[in-house]
Design a protein around this ligand. Structure first.
Ligand SMILES: C[S@@+](CC[C@H](N)C(=O)[O-])C[C@H]1O[C@@H](n2cnc3c(N)ncnc32)[C@H](O)[C@@H]1O
Length: 456
């Protein structure tokens, strides 16, 4: 759904400058000649809209296949004789919930084009996708239940922290970046009276739940707690609902935070809840990007953990380094607040976290140098029409993959580990004394992977 409040805030996420035109089913960049469709009623504003749609479809198909695999696993567990009554009851309830969960997820995500053919699970695993591999459809699934079923204490603590750091500033036009299942954005819109609140995330499951619930619908989905308290807590059907429908001006957008589809200076407040340490780009780049989204005198409100996972240890910033980076990227003054709050403490789970969150309000004092356009992957992957470079890393991966494939081809239900080690030595793939130990490590990893339970 295009809306008159959203359109003036938008700019093309591909060329970064052209305002977007409304069309019958979404938006269009006249400069790039690219259409951005709606998914459900949410604008799909990815720089490569078709590729992104394909990736999220692939993730949906992958999740559905995983659920199917899990149902078969439960069927096999139920078939084994001699189960005690309580075990049978748990397995039967879980099996029914997994089957029902797959139907509900498929129905919820039907706007993605569920009927588009999917590949086999092996193909998805082998190809990976352009999105970060640790960001699947279900990665933050627990947030859905916290936001809209049982999380009053956590949700209230979050909005209170945001209110505290915002102080007496008027929020104006707000962007919530990486909004997840949307509760904080909804609470900002409801309790802090901004003009508009744009809710952005790239995960369609979270955003479709958020959009429906904040419109006043009730959505029912199963929760699969991490450490179930009781037998019946292994799968709990939750009713997800907002306290009341959101007033007009809460606007959902599906897009990548690295290529935000907005005009420069479109917002007076940018809120980043639990996201600055999730995004793979360096913190300084993110700070410069957020600076560019803010109008003069605007502010960045951030809150959540500061646990960076960059491969480069120099980029795993402390709070002090973040504050330096904020100053260098045009923010002053910066006020911080630290609070200890519960995190994902589901009443059905024995597992919960206690987090000392950091929040800041960083006012835009001057414009920062605009960061270069984010490119997650090179064109030979994304566009697919350039030769794939044969890098040294690829060369060694090719050899390793061939060896792995060869080992797997020798697994026939009859050969032993020692038999296969002998073949590897005979084929001169490895010296005999190394082959057995290397094979044991490889098979142990395969075995562990096969044992690992998969979460709904
Ligand atoms: C830790 S969760 C926090 C969710 C929400 N802010 C909350 O507090 O519940 C991180 C969120 O960032 C989103 N995210 C991660 N990378 C993103 C990206 N590149 N663009 C948009 N959203 C992203 C994830 O989908 C997820 O919803």
């Amino acid at each position: 759904m295009t809306t008159p409040q959203l359109t003036p805030l938008l700019a093309c996420p591909r060329c970064d400058r052209t305002p977007l035109d409304e069309t019958a089913n979404g938006y269009r960049c006249a400069g790039c000649k690219v259409d951005f469709p709606n998914v459900g009623s949410i604008p799909w504003l990815f720089a490569e809209p078709t590729a992104a749609l394909g990736e999220w479809r692939a993730r949906l198909n992958f999740s559905l296949r995983e659920l199917e695999r899990r149902r078969h696993e439960l069927d096999r567990a139920l078939e084994r004789a001699g189960r005690r009554a309580a075990t049978r009851k748990r397995l039967e309830a879980l099996r029914a919930a997994v089957e029902d969960h797959a139907k509900r997820i498929a129905a919820l995500l039907a706007p993605l084009g569920i009927d588009a053919p999917g590949a086999s699970i092996e193909t998805y695993l082998a190809l990976r996708t352009r999105l970060p591999p640790d960001q699947g459809l279900m990665t933050y699934y627990g947030n859905v239940h916290r936001d809209w079923a049982w999380g009053d204490e956590e949700n209230d603590a979050s909005i209170e922290i945001v209110r505290e750091v915002l102080g007496d500033a008027k929020p104006g036009r707000v962007l919530v970046l990486g909004a997840g299942a949307g509760r904080l954005a909804y609470d900002v819109h409801r309790r802090l009276a901004p003009e508009v609140t744009v809710v952005l995330d790239f995960n369609p499951l979270l955003m479709l739940v958020s959009e429906r619930v904040t419109r006043g619908e009730t959505v029912e989905l199963h929760e699969f707690p991490l450490a179930p308290r009781r037998l019946e807590d292994h799968a709990v059907l939750r009713r997800l609902a907002a306290p009341e429908p959101a007033r007009p001006g809460l606007l959902h957008v599906l897009a990548d935070a690295h290529r935000p589809p907005f005009a420069k200076g479109a917002f007076d407040t940018v809120v980043t809840p639990w996201i600055v340490d999730i995004l793979p780009e360096p913190f300084d780049t993110l700070a410069a990007r957020i600076n560019g989204l803010l109008a003069d005198g605007g502010r960045w409100i951030s809150f959540g953990s500061l646990t960076f996972h960059d491969a480069d240890p120099a980029l795993r910033y402390s709070l002090e380094e973040c504050l330096d980076a904020l100053g260098e990227n045009g923010f002053a003054p910066v006020a911080t607040c630290e609070r200890r709050i519960p995190y994902l403490a589901s009443p059905a789970s024995r597992h919960a976290r206690l987090e000392e969150v950091v929040a800041w309000r960083a006012d835009k004092a001057r414009a920062a140098k605009a960061p270069s356009r984010h490119q997650a992957l090179p064109d030979w992957i994304v566009r697919g029409n350039e030769p794939i470079p044969l890098s040294p890393a690829f060369r060694s991966q090719i050899v390793a993959t061939r060896v792995h494939a060869f080992i797997m081809s020798l697994i026939d239900g009859k050969r032993t580990l020692k038999d296969i080690a002998k073949v590897l030595a005979e084929q001169r793939l490895m010296p005999a004394d190394e082959a057995e130990a290397a094979l044991r490590t490889f098979l142990a990893t395969m075995h562990d992977d096969a044992q690992r339970p998969t979460v709904g």
